[in-house]
Design a protein. Structure first.
Ligand code: CAA
Length: 258
């Protein structure tokens, strides 16, 4: 796959998508978001891929929506034109796990895109922020919604209203990222995490992702009912037969193609 604003790497069952507009701090523009949707859908449909990693460069994940492109937008370009809605949220339709791997800045739309991933791994150099207020707009890709759900109202209000950036340690403390690694070993460590997941049965990984996401959309009782259906259905799958018989035989399970 060849893209103008993305770099693609294949690491066995893990596909890595790198945001790549180095001259503009990976600012997210229409072309990049269209390409990102295309790549995500292709990997989601590719039976050779179990896990997708979304990352940027060593310096920046993404410094937000492209301010140069937005500066002259009118209301007609945004609401009728469905700015953001038209191409930023394809990632939410991906059914396989998507790990966001962040080094350097994840600001504005960059932080929002990161929060659309299933979980985040960060370098110790990472900085997260929602500085939209400084350019005279609210966040537009879920910052006012996903940030408070993830780090709580006090921290989210502080970040959104002051535009203060938080570093990797604060991001981990508040639950925005799951793990931090030294910048030098970030990709190696992130690929280890991705490979661990890629060796699991992809169908179960997809069901877990689906169930966890349900937790944010429904009541506890309904969410548990939703999970229970997947659990019961698992007993009709090769993954359950292989996983449990491998455990009893004291051998490593082989979930290839499951
Ligand atoms: N859009 C367009 N271009 C951007 C950009 C953005 N979001 N962020 C950086 N760039 C460009 C700069 O204009 C600059 O271009 P030139 O070399 O042509 O001048 C280049 O990238 C390098 O940037 P800096 O010189 O500013 O680099 P720095 O190291 O001094 O600072 C930074 C880095 C702190 C990330 C700073 O660039 C910055 O604050 N960027 C803007 C962050 C921002 O406000 N993001 C929110 C955007 S609004 C949004 O995202 C809406 C939404 O919710 C959907």
């Amino acid at each position: 796959m060849e893209y103008a604003d993305l770099l693609i790497e294949n690491h066995g069952k893990v596909a890595v998508i790198r945001l790549n507009r180095p001259k503009a701090m990976n600012a997210l523009n229409d072309n990049m978001m269209n390409e990102l949707g295309d790549a995500l859908y292709k990997f989601d449909a590719d039976s050779a891929v179990n896990v997708i990693v979304l990352t940027g460069s060593e310096k920046v994940f993404a410094a937000g929506a492209d301010i140069a492109a937005m500066a002259n937008y009118t209301y007609a370009d945004t609401y009728p034109g469905n700015y953001i809605g038209r191409n930023w949220e394809h990632i939410l339709n991906v059914r396989k796990p998507v790990i966001g791997v962040v080094a350097g800045y994840a600001l504005g739309g960059g932080c929002e895109l990161a929060m659309m991933c299933d979980f985040l791994i960060a370098a110790d150099s990472a900085k997260f922020g929602q500085p939209e207020i400084k350019v005279g707009v609210t966040p537009g890709a879920g910052g006012t919604q996903r940030l408070p759900r993830t780090i709580g109202k006090a921290k989210a209000m502080d970040m959104l209203l002051t535009s203060r950036m938080i570093d990797a340690a604060e991001a981990e403390r508040t639950g925005l990222v799951s793990r931090i690694f030294p910048a030098e070993s970030l990709m190696e460590e992130a690929l280890n995490v991705a490979n661990t997941i890629a060796e699991m049965p992809v169908s179960v990984a997809m069901a877990i992702k689906d169930s966890v996401n349900r937790a944010f959309e429904t009541t506890l009782t309904e969410g548990v009912r939703y999970e229970r259906r997947f659990f019961h259905a698992a007993f009709g799958t090769p993954a359950q037969k292989e996983g449990m018989s491998a455990f009893l035989a004291k051998r490593k399970a082989n979930f290839e193609g499951m």
